[in-house]
Each structure stands twice: as C-alpha cells, then as structure tokens.
Design a protein around this ligand. Structure first.
Ligand SMILES: [Ca+2]
Ligand SMILES: [Ca+2]
Length: 298
C-alpha cells in the first residue's frame, strides 16, 4: 500500500514534519521516530490490502472482501481513528452507480482518497466517502498500488500487466491515464511511493527488487533486497525505504547503501503498509488475518 497525500502524508507530510518531530523528541530525550502514535492491533476487516493516513489523523483501510480479481461489488474502505479503533467500517461502500469490487492501493491527494480497483482508479471524498471521479486503466489486469505526487500525478502499478500508469487528479473527464512504463523488467510491480525529487520507488513481487522510475519512465534497479513478494513501501524520517514482504510477514528498512534490517516480523501476510514517520508507526494490513497492526517505526 504504499501511496500518498498521507502516503503522500505517510511520506510527504512526514518528511517535512518528521524533522521537527525528531527535534522535539530529541529535546524530550526520546528515541528518534519513537512513539508519538501508540502501537495497536484492530480486527474485523475483510481481506485488508492497503492502509493510508487520513487528513486530520487516523487511517483508511481498503477491504477487498473476497477474491482479489473478482468483480463482486462488495469492496469497501474503512476509516480508523488515530488510536486505531474503527471510526467507520464502511466509510466508502460500493453502490449501483459506482461499484467497488476489490479495492487495493490507497492514496490521498488534496482531499480526495484514491483507490485502485482491478482495472480502474476511483476517487472519493476523504471527508465523507462520496464518489468524486473514476479512471479506466486501459489494458489493466490487476491494478495494485497507487501513489500521488504533490502536483497531483497519480501513479498506479499493475502487477499482472507489468505496467505503471500515470493519471492526473481531477482530470478523469478530460484526460485518459497513460502507460508510464511497462515490461517484464518491472517484475510484478506492487508498492509505489513518490520520492522527494518526484521520481518513484517501486517494489517488485517476483524479484524482491526496489526500482527507481524517473518521471519520464526510465527504470533502474536501486536495491536487490533478497526478499520475496515485496508489497508496500514508504520512507522513514531519514529518507530510507521501509518495505513489507507479504510472503515472509515482515517489514524491513533498506538504507541508502542497500543494507536490509528487519523492523517487524511475525505479521502473517503483510500487504501494503503505511509508513507514518510523523507518528513513528508502520501500519500493516494483515491480509489473511483480517486485521490491521501498527508497529513502532524504530
Ligand atoms: Ca470483493
Ligand atoms: Ca499491494
């Protein structure tokens, strides 16, 4: 899950705010990144795939509810309060006019919550969950994660079509999404996050790589983690990458030299995480356990 008004917030809000937070923590004698938000675990979801921070606090959680590629009109998005309790289980619901089948990646941009849904990208009000806009993703098979840049570029990975799409927030009625990059070298692109310079970081399902994708679509390998089934990623307050492995049920920090450190283990199926540097938490959707667990971002 990686992604981004507060995945942008989970990333961007954080990078700016985090240094102030770290300074305050240091002044208070606390460990960096330690403990503004409290760890929690919340049950009762239906195949949760992605978590994104909500404007004003708390988180959104996508619920596939059934098979990941089934067009079954029963997907929904939950809203959690800042303590991890469920504020509204069905904050966004499927409707006859605007069906929601199997929402996965989430990103917030300027008050709109975007969710991928198999072959579409759908936007809802982050305030009340009402429908805003939707994009068809031509040729998409399994749209997975989404991330938003500060300028409103929306980047969507498709881990079966081996593609990355780019759409423009607010433009669904006038501009079609374009394919930014495609090919087997994307190796099942899954989590996507926007770096401060506007380039993308993408983790791969099939090879355990972390790729850099430029704004022009050039792809290069940044890190080989040696891990499997990477799913969601974001940045900590130092700008290092934090990434989950679905198959291992673990979360790692990958520093700029490529050193991999285990931050959390025993999570079961760790899908698209929200790395919330400001809160000092990694919020992990436990896909097969129907739970969401927040662990400290040490
Ligand atoms: Ca479903
Ligand atoms: Ca994912």
């Amino acid at each position: 899950m990686s992604s981004n008004a507060r995945r942008a917030v989970c990333v961007a809000a954080s990078l700016a705010a985090a240094f102030a937070v770290l300074a305050a923590a240091a002044a208070a004698g606390e460990a960096p990144g330690g403990g503004l938000g409290k760890p929690f675990e919340t049950q009762g979801f239906s195949t949760p795939e992605s978590v994104a921070a909500a404007p004003g606090g708390g988180w959104f959680v996508s619920n596939i509810n059934g098979q990941p590629a089934a067009k079954d009109s029963n997907g929904f998005i939950s809203k959690l309060a800042a303590d991890g309790s469920v504020a509204k289980l069905r904050f966004v619901e499927s409707t006859r006019e605007h069906p929601l089948h199997a929402p996965k990646g989430l990103a917030v941009h300027k008050g709109t919550l975007y969710a991928t849904d198999i072959d579409r990208l759908v936007g809802y009000s982050a305030e009340d969950g009402s429908f805003v806009e939707e994009f068809d993703l031509p040729g998409a098979k399994f749209a997975n994660d989404v991330a938003a840049s500060a300028e409103g570029a929306l980047y969507v990975t498709d881990s079966q079509a081996d593609r990355i799409y780019r759409a423009k927030a607010g433009s669904a009625l006038k501009e079609k999404p374009v394919v930014l990059a495609e090919g087997g070298h994307l190796a099942g692109p899954n989590g996507v996050a926007v770096a401060p310079d506007g380039s993308l970081r993408v983790c791969t399902t099939r090879t355990g790589k972390i790729l850099k994708v430029s704004a022009g679509g050039e792809v290069s390998v940044l890190h080989e983690t040696g891990k499997t089934a990477l799913d969601g990623l974001g940045f900590d307050s130092r700008g290092d990458i934090v990434v989950s492995s679905f198959s291992a049920g673990e979360v790692y920090r990958v520093d700029k030299a490529g050193k991999v450190e285990v931050l959390a283990a025993g999570l079961g199926s760790a899908a698209d995480i929200c790395v919330d540097a400001a809160a000092g938490l990694v919020v992990v959707p436990r896909f097969q356990q129907n739970a969401v667990k927040a662990v400290p971002l040490r």
